[in-house]
Design a protein around this ligand. Structure first.
Ligand SMILES: Nc1ncnc2c1ncn2[C@@H]1O[C@H](COP(=O)(O)OP(=O)(O)OP(=O)(O)O)[C@@H](O)[C@H]1O
Length: 324
């Protein structure tokens, strides 16, 4: 039997604090070792296998991945529609695991906005574009100080018109969804998602039903919302080409983040602008690194590799027999 006394809770807390800043303390969205296991016909499916993700306030990020990689599972958790089996997730300081039904409702109404792939899920067919945008403000009630009655209604319609104008949709204020193209409907849906000034907007395949040119217009509206209003936006899609539309793309593979592409605009000495993109591989919180098949396959790397620390990089070599 051990003679050592057990550390007190205060001591454990002190040790935890001493180990440095908390994971993701400056991020708006924090996913920490998220696991989601489904049971289907007696078979266990691990949709998320310890997914780590940090998103800072003001970022416009796309999550991409093949079918079945876990994108919808992640989005459902972040949207407050599902809870993880293990791990933790928070959005704008809201702990997504510890919410009761009332808090969850408030979270979905005030903290986050949604754009779904099916336009019919985003807009009510019997309301005009402006009325659709005003509706979430009305449902939120008086808390935002827009007042009640006619004055409140005027204030809501004015804000709806402002948002639609920002997204290049001022010509559609009084049209119902049936009188709008698919791309126009999605741009109105962006205004609806922004109506209550949410901290984050989640978009699930928002351009899935659109052709390439129209999809570009929708992404341009998302970029405007991000740059003009500062709203953090997370788009989930299986379309890898979306990388050219956003500044950060995070790839998911087998329920974990695997790689990232960051893009930024570089200005040369003559004022000319060009876009530079860089690809990164993600290291998870345990130091695990996923080597992409484009790197492992040509070198026949399989079970293990040789690592060598250099002053400014790490060398990764195939496991060849040592020289005799
Ligand atoms: N409710 C569920 N019950 C059982 N298995 C599920 C459930 N939801 C998702 N899965 C499984 O979890 C894995 C991840 O699914 P998910 O829908 O998150 O992937 P995805 O990347 O969004 O795919 P897609 O692009 O096709 O929508 C898949 O193997 C899927 O079959």
């Amino acid at each position: 039997m051990s003679t050592e006394t057990e550390p007190t809770l205060a001591e454990l807390e002190r040790r935890a604090t001493r180990s440095g800043p908390a994971y993701g303390q400056d991020a708006l969205i924090v996913c920490d070792r998220l696991v989601r296991v489904f049971q289907a016909d007696g078979v266990e499916v691990q949709a998320l296998q310890g997914l780590d993700l940090l998103i800072k306030e003001g970022e416009l990020t796309a999550i991409v991945g093949a079918s079945g990689s876990g994108k919808s599972t992640l989005l459902n958790i972040l949207a407050g529609l599902d809870t993880p089996t293990a791990g933790s997730a928070s959005v704008a300081g809201c702990d997504l695991l510890g919410m009761d039904a009332k808090t969850r409702l408030g979270y979905r109404r005030d903290t986050v906005g949604f754009i779904w792939q099916r336009t019919s899920r985003n807009l009510l067919p019997y309301l005009t574009a402006a009325q659709n945008v005003a509706l979430p403000m009305q449902l939120r009630g008086r808390s935002r100080g827009m007042g009640v009655g006619r004055r409140g209604n005027r204030a809501r319609m004015a804000r709806a018109a402002e948002l639609l104008d920002l997204l290049g949709m001022s010509h559609c204020l009084d049209r119902r969804p049936a009188g709008l193209s698919g791309g126009e409907q999605q741009r109105v849906a962006i205004a609806v998602a922004l109506a209550n000034d949410p901290a984050v907007v989640f978009a699930d395949e928002p351009t899935g039903e659109l052709d390439t040119a129209t999809a570009e217009q929708v992404f341009s509206a998302l970029r405007t919302a991000n740059s003009e209003l500062g709203t953090t936006i997370l788009v989930v899609t299986h379309d890898q080409a979306v990388s050219s539309e956003v500044s950060r793309t995070v790839s998911i593979r087998d329920g974990r983040t695997s790689s990232e592409t960051l893009r930024h605009v570089r200005t040369d000495e003559n004022g000319g602008e060009s876009t530079v993109s860089r690809e990164y591989t993600t290291i998870d919180r345990s130091g695990r690194l996923q080597l992409p098949p484009e790197f492992t396959e040509p070198l026949a790397i399989r079970d293990r590799v040789l690592l060598e620390l250099q002053p400014d990089h790490i060398e990764v070599r195939p496991d060849t027999p040592p020289p005799v």
